[in-house]
Design a protein around this ligand. Structure first.
Ligand SMILES: *Cc1c(COP(=O)(O)O)cnc(C)c1O
Length: 356
């Protein structure tokens, strides 16, 4: 029998989440963001169920080529652009849309021999200071690009740092608006948080990622609880051991958990080599035998321990959900001081994935 851990993907949840996004941004086209192998879900498994999107956005050439060769004919956007001038061969051959964020990329485009003009996402650094040109240079850069025969349509693009928090997007929006004054053509600004919470940023193309997979851009499940978004990935396993602790008995590496009273604990076939966070503290929520309980002790490579006090019927073979349909990944991530983004995209290759 195989080790009992597996990840199950609800494919209907994916297309449903895309419908929810359409309702939030009815007048915009949608880039389905599938970087990091579809946030850990596997591009080849999921893309057909997102093919109602207007395009796919990602950043690895390998992933872009996989999508093309799988049969996706529509737009593909390279969110980080090309990494060397020689990449333009693949941009041309696979008809990719590329972001442009640095001067060397413009020089490379000007030198390139292409079979057709390439569509460009001109990246404005509106305050995040990750990728992009300074806002006061945008008009000059736009003119440079516009003059090149290698360049087709130019879309102004920027990315928000705080669309999921009370700080909002106003400061960055003001920068983008000013940078783009007098420049015609499409705009693409909104990530998941802005797609849900800042409709004025939707413009021509939205770029939702995490909400396609049914997790919250803020890290708080309550923030998306009323949207109708559904979790796509359920990570489940089983109890493979039971221990009866006496007061003072300790659990796991570092002996970081001590029983204060007689306690039954279960050992789950899931550890950090499966993608479960090693830094999950005792008290991280976990769903066992239909009830929500907590982890105890340090997560090992292949196992973790859970408190069975609220689930007295649980025994070897009892199903455990690490996150998913019954336990939002956001709740697990919050207990670990991280986001659903990190947990989903870290699902380890050794975990078998099934679709439902
Ligand atoms: C990852 C990414 C997105 C999607 O972000 P979410 O928060 O997952 O919606 C959009 N735009 C860019 C440039 C990105 O890098």
């Amino acid at each position: 029998m195989p080790r009992p851990i597996s990840a199950t993907l609800s494919l209907s949840a994916l297309s449903h989440n895309l419908d929810v996004i359409r309702r939030f941004a009815p007048n915009s086209k949608v880039w389905a963001v599938v970087k990091a192998n579809g946030y850990g879900h596997g591009i080849s498994r999921i893309w057909k169920h997102l093919s109602g999107a207007d395009g796919f956005a990602l950043l690895d050439f390998k992933e872009a080529i996989l999508l093309r060769e799988a049969g996706w004919e529509g737009p593909i956007l390279l969110l980080e652009g090309f990494f060397s001038a020689s990449d333009l061969t693949a941009v041309d051959r696979y008809r990719l849309t590329t972001s442009v964020h640095s001067d060397w990329q413009i020089a490379a485009l000007a030198e390139a021999q292409l079979s057709q003009p390439v569509n460009i996402y001109l990246k404005v650094n509106s305050g995040m200071n990750r990728l992009g040109f300074a806002p006061e240079r945008i008009r000059e850069i736009w003119q440079q690009l516009h003059a090149l025969k290698q360049v087709g349509e130019i879309t102004l693009m920027s990315h928000f740092a705080t669309a999921d928090s009370t700080e909002g997007v106003d400061t960055q929006v003001a920068v983008i608006t000013q940078a783009g004054e007098g420049i015609s053509g499409p705009r693409s600004l909104a990530n998941s948080a802005a797609t849900l919470w800042h409709p004025s940023t939707h413009h021509d193309w939205v770029r939702p990622g995490i909400i396609l997979y049914g997790a919250s851009p803020s890290g708080q499940w309550q923030d998306i609880a009323t949207t109708g978004l559904q979790p796509v990935m359920t990570l489940s396993s089983e109890l493979i051991g039971i221990q009866h602790l006496h007061p003072g008995d300790r659990v796991g590496y570092g002996a970081r958990y001590t029983a204060l009273q007689p306690q039954r604990i279960g050992v789950v076939a899931c550890g950090y080599a499966d993608g479960y966070p090693r830094h999950a503290p005792s008290g991280t929520p976990v769903w066992v035998d239909g009830v929500r309980t907590v982890t105890v002790g340090t997560v090992s490579m292949d196992m973790l321990a859970v408190d069975l006090t609220p689930c007295p019927q649980a025994q070897i073979g009892t199903p455990v959900e690490l996150w998913g349909k019954n336990l939002p990944v956001d709740d697990v991530a919050a207990a670990c001081g991280t986001l659903g983004y990190e947990l989903l995209s870290a699902l380890a290759p050794r975990v078998p994935v099934t679709t439902a």
